[in-house]
Design a protein around this ligand. Structure first.
Ligand code: AHR
Length: 330
């Protein structure tokens, strides 16, 4: 019996991963990993969940990274605290998805003083010294808005309504976030060009379904005279749809209210093919592999692009196909 136990132990040492390794071996393996502190905005939308997943799956141990992840629940203070903790932990890189553009100067100076390179993803930071971060990767939010405005001009012409008074209800994301600033500016410029378009109200909905539901319901209970909902993300669109369902207001290709929505997450595209959302403007959240490319460049002494815009498109309820939806990963 003793003999059998010894043989089993020996087999375990030979074939079990990790078995037989000394603590020094483990240390050596962890030592070789590149440590990255990632301060994420929060979990406010399906887009954000896809973004977090992309970062966590890409910056894995198998790929040579140790990721310290912090969810700031949409609070800048929490992001600043997280960055300070990453500095104390002496991570190799800090990745920041900033909730708003302003307010980063001091903490980024602290990271620079500690010699830790900072990579910005998704929204941008407004800092007087651009050397406070090495690279930014994300969407061209203004271009997204311009695509939406151009689509609305064409669609109204197609419907023979280009001379009609058009009332637009505007659902805005977190005020001061690049996605909000640029998507709002694009619409406002479009309204300036088309004298028959009117923004009847701008509702601040923080990119969340719950806030958009509450706000849209409250607004539409008092005033139903709207032609278009311009919603700065899909989750706010879902909230507005809930509110309209409750009030018996029809929307989409065959309804009374046209919907323009940003992100193009899977469930929005399903609503688009089902004719409930007229236009889905893509916002690509898959930044994990892009961040890895930037880190690899820095590791190899290559200066990455200061700003890298990702290519994006849009989907029209009239032309979207099942194959398009099925080929997408978020
Ligand atoms: O900054 C990107 C925006 O943030 C996405 O449109 C939205 O869904 C997210 O919360």
């Amino acid at each position: 019996m003793k003999k059998l136990v010894c043989v089993l132990l020996l087999l375990c040492l030979l074939f079990t991963p990790g078995c037989g390794k000394s603590p020094e071996d483990d240390e050596t393996e962890t030592d070789n990993l590149i440590t990255v502190g990632f301060s994420q905005v929060g979990a406010e939308s399906d887009w954000r969940a896809a973004n977090t997943k992309s970062m966590q799956e890409s910056l894995s141990e198998a790929s040579g990274f140790e990721l310290y992840f912090n969810d700031a629940k949409q609070k800048q203070d929490t992001q600043i605290k997280a960055i300070r903790t990453f500095i104390q932990q002496q991570v190799d890189y800090i990745v920041l998805a900033p909730v708003t553009e302003s307010g980063w100067e001091s903490v980024l100076e602290e990271a620079a003083a500690a010699g830790i390179p900072v990579i910005i993803v998704d929204r941008q930071v407004d800092v007087s010294n651009p050397d406070l971060y090495c690279s930014w990767v994300g969407s061209d939010f203004r271009k997204e808005a311009d695509m939406a405005v151009e689509w609305l001009e064409t669609e109204l012409k197609r419907q023979g309504r280009d001379e009609e008074e058009i009332n637009i209800l505007h659902l805005q994301g977190t005020m001061g976030a690049t996605a909000q600033i640029q998507r709002s500016r694009g619409l406002e410029v479009g309204v300036g060009k088309n004298m028959n378009w009117h923004i009847v109200s701008q509702l601040e909905c923080e990119y969340t379904q719950a806030a958009a539901y509450e706000q849209t319901l409250k607004y539409l209970k008092k005033n139903r005279n709207i032609d278009v909902i311009y919603s700065e993300n899909d989750n706010m669109t879902f909230g507005a749809m809930e509110a309209m369902d409750e009030l018996g207001i029809t929307y989409g290709l065959e309804g009374d209210v046209m919907i323009i929505s940003f992100d193009a997450v899977h469930s929005a595209l399903e609503n688009c093919i089902n004719k409930k959302i007229n236009l889905c403007v893509e916002c690509n959240p898959l930044h994990g592999p892009r961040v890895i490319t930037i880190i690899r460049q820095l590791e190899n002494g290559i200066t990455p692009s200061k700003l890298a815009y990702v290519p994006e498109t849009c989907f029209d309820a009239r032309t979207i196909t099942r194959a398009q939806i099925d080929s997408r990963t978020y």
